[in-house]
Design a protein around this ligand. Structure first.
Ligand code: FE2
Length: 317
């Protein structure tokens, strides 16, 4: 039985990896480049319709803690035409990856620092709590210079950060839209996301300004059913169902903005064998990308219920 280890990373499409490494290193604390690889990426045909050529940089946050352990994967598509555009009309919660959430110490200070560093404020810092257990949190949102929604959370009712200055830690969770919560919950339980941190069915009013015409009627916004299943390790997932459903915002693989995520396992071959035995769709065999120096990036694409772009990852770097 493979031990699934939570979300390893969230992939975000960028137009210039060098600029993005600079920004995420200087302003968001992702100051460690674990690898920086350019080339063809086999095994992603099911997502991209081809083996895309891309530059991929995997960034870790030197201040990451167990509640913000996830990494950020910058992807710059190098094929003709460059990175595909951000899906039009994405508010939040449509099918597709819609945010990267960072655990931070000091939401107010980090929000202020990111805005000073070139981010747009999408939600001013506030305190909230989530049902059914009333877990408290401080929350704010910014958009990075390329439009990616970065949520900043300090889970004050769950885990106080280690001492030190205000800072962004690593990725706490990835949010993405789905169409059938029960089906999604069952699928991700099989992948180790067995602990439910919260479940809410009310529209989160501070997000209302994100839902624009002609995609939405601001007077009549969809209901948001959000859940946050966690694995014992790694970052969490936040699948969301909009009712009525939004349009498909998965976009082309590699598009600008958040677009895929990886779930970590210690051994991708063993994980694939187990998933296949349970009838989970796996797209081909695991791929090994040689990163030099004995380092390898191993992954395989899987058939997520809403065909969100999800891989299983063995991080040998
Ligand atoms: Fe979130």
């Amino acid at each position: 039985m493979t031990a699934f280890q939570g979300v390893d990373h969230v992939g975000v499409g960028v137009s210039d990896v060098d600029e993005a490494i600079g920004f995420y290193g200087r302003h968001v604390g992702f100051d460690q480049v674990l690898f920086d690889h350019s080339g063809e990426l086999p095994g992603l045909e099911a997502f991209a319709g081809r083996a895309p050529r891309a530059r991929v940089a995997m960034l870790a946050n030197g201040g990451a803690t167990p509640i913000g352990p996830g990494r950020v994967k910058l992807v710059q598509v190098l094929d003709d035409g460059g990175p595909p555009p951000v899906p039009e009309g994405q508010a939040w919660g449509e099918v597709g990856v819609c945010e990267i959430c960072l655990h931070v110490r000091g939401v107010h200070e980090v929000h202020e620092a990111l805005v000073a560093g070139g981010c747009e404020s999408l939600m001013e810092p506030m305190s909230a709590d989530v049902p059914p257990n009333g877990v408290t949190l401080d929350i704010a949102y910014v958009a990075d210079p390329w439009g990616t929604k970065l949520e900043l959370i300090e889970w004050t009712g769950l885990w106080r950060s280690l001492p030190g200055p205000a800072r962004a830690e690593g990725v706490n969770h990835v949010a993405f839209g789905v169409t059938d919560m029960a089906r999604t919950r069952a699928f991700y339980e099989r992948l180790g996301f067995t602990q439910l941190l919260f479940e809410s069915v009310d529209f989160f009013d501070p997000m209302a300004p994100w839902y624009h015409e002609p995609w939405y009627d601001p007077e009549n916004l969809p209901a948001q059913h959000m859940t946050m299943p966690m694995a014992p390790q790694g970052a969490a997932i936040e699948p969301t169902v909009l009712d009525p459903p939004g349009h498909d915002c998965r976009g082309e693989w590699g598009h600008l903005g958040p677009m895929d995520f990886g779930i970590r396992v210690p051994n991708v071959d063993a994980a694939v064998a187990g998933l296949r035995a349970d009838g989970v769709e796996v797209h081909g065999d695991p791929v090994t990308v040689d990163l030099g120096g004995g380092r390898e990036w191993r992954y395989v694409a899987i058939g997520e219920p809403d065909e969100n772009y999800v891989t299983i990852v063995e991080a040998r770097y």
